[in-house]
Write a new protein. Structure first.
Length: 111
């Protein structure tokens, strides 16, 4: 019984570490910063299909001065690197079909 339990725990540990290593190496959302090389890691296909996750992570990393919130009109129509925002860290969090409640949650706590 002890031998079985030992093998089971070691196998689980090895499988968990292998899964974590593969996720770190592939980095489908670009959140670990491990994707600075060319090849299959240079294209993050999961970003296009999970825009909400990617933009939320960008908000946490960038700590912007200017935030654009809204729906697809904001996403397509406002450019955070426009010369009017020179010297300011701007981010566009507009997402297609984004409800008002979700934009309200991005804006932070109320005083």
């Amino acid at each position: 019984m002890h031998r079985y339990l030992k093998h089971f725990l070691i196998s689980g540990l090895i499988l968990g570490l292998a899964t974590a290593l593969i996720n770190w190496f592939a980095d489908p959302y670009g959140i670990y910063g491990s994707s600075h090389t060319s090849g299959f890691k240079s294209k993050k296909f999961a970003i296009a299909t999970n825009e909400r996750i990617y933009k939320t992570l960008g908000l946490a990393e960038q700590k912007p001065d200017v935030i654009f919130l809204g729906s697809s009109r904001t996403d397509i129509g406002l450019n955070p690197i426009h010369p009017a925002f020179a010297g300011r860290n701007a981010i566009n969090l507009g997402i297609n079909s984004q409800p008002y409640e979700e934009s309200f949650k991005y804006s932070g706590p109320r005083i």
